[in-house]
Design a protein around this ligand. Structure first.
Ligand code: NAP
Length: 280
């Protein structure tokens, strides 16, 4: 990965930190994107110290805020002239209904819209750097979604259920990855989604009930290093050159369900997301 520029979001903890660490070990120039400067610096210093790679940068972005995403993208384009691998990894899981300052349900806003806006704002530089790759960390929990609820993405008509809101946001990652891969067919940019598997990280630890049961559940969890392997594989391996629009588990391609593959739903999601992000 020498000479490659890799951006990892949600890089200070869990899977993002393990992904950044491994890519730094492989000599990539890693840009760790975090919302909290202190936490980000701490993780960056640890990775520098452990890998001996000093070519690691920290940039700040809060994916709950459109303004912050625009600022990050502008700063990035001023500082860097290329982007070889974008690993969209950040994510949250809330059992209770929370809304962003823009009034949008937080998992839809951070996990889906934040990723969507980021990809769109960086797409030109990614295309200009091709062959280049986008990797989006989803979850197989998406299968819990039985029908599309885009008409009520904001949980105004439905009773809020945290697992469903999380699952929907992860379904949307797969759908956008699939549709964007169609749109990028004539380019040398690939985009794939990943299910890392159940991994022991900070995910969900902001929920009291989850935290109580976690010591039991955690016995079955992978380490972040193991969980991050498929993202790292997709960002770096020659084996996946040219492969796009696919979903990966344990470094293997796997079929996703009918809802996720439905082109009409994908278009509907794309249009809604564009409108909510104020994109042309
Ligand atoms: N762990 C699992 O079992 C599992 C399974 C399937 C999929 N996933 C997916 O894997 C990805 C990584 O999660 P993880 O398990 O490594 O959890 P984690 O340890 O909680 O890491 C999540 C990262 O996202 C960042 N983040 C959260 N909200 C953000 C925001 N508004 N703006 C910027 N960054 C934000 C967090 O920053 P802070 O530290 O500042 O909060 C943290 O760096 C997520 O997309 C998750 O959905 C995880």
């Amino acid at each position: 990965m020498q000479g490659k520029i890799c951006v990892v979001t949600g890089a200070n903890s869990g899977l993002g930190k393990a992904t950044s660490h491994k890519l730094a070990e492989m000599n990539a120039h890693v840009i760790m994107v975090c919302r909290n400067k202190e936490k980000g610096m701490k993780a960056l210093e640890e990775i520098k110290e452990a890998t001996g790679n000093n070519s690691i940068d920290l940039m700040i972005c809060d994916f709950a805020s459109r303004k912050s995403i625009h600022k990050f993208a502008e700063d990035y384009k001023l500082k860097y002239k290329r982007l070889d691998a974008l690993i969209i990894n950040h994510g949250i899981f809330n059992l209770k209904l929370q809304r962003t300052d823009d009034g949008i349900e937080s998992m839809f806003a951070v996990n889906h819209l934040g990723s969507f806006l980021l990809m769109n704002l960086l797409l030109e530089i990614i295309k200009a750097s091709s062959p280049s790759r986008i990797i989006i960390v989803s979850s197989d929990i998406y299968k819990q979604v039985r029908k599309m609820n885009l008409h009520d993405y904001n949980f105004e008509k439905r009773k809020f259920r945290g697992f469903i809101a999380y699952a929907e946001s992860k379904l949307y990652s797969i759908m956008i990855s699939n549709l964007l891969s169609d749109k990028l067919k004539e380019t040398d940019v690939t985009i794939n989604s990943v299910h890392p598997g159940f991994t022991k990280t900070n995910m969900g630890m902001n929920n009291r009930m989850y935290k109580i049961f976690y010591p039991l559940l955690g016995i079955f969890a992978k380490t972040p290093e193991k969980g991050a392997q498929t993202s790292i594989y997709l960002a770096s391996s020659p084996e996946v050159e040219g492969i796009s629009g696919r979903h990966f588990i344990n470094k293997k391609q796997t079929e996703t369900n009918e809802i996720s593959q439905n082109k009409e739903f994908q278009q509907e999601l794309w249009q809604l997301s564009k409108r909510l992000c104020n994109l042309e």
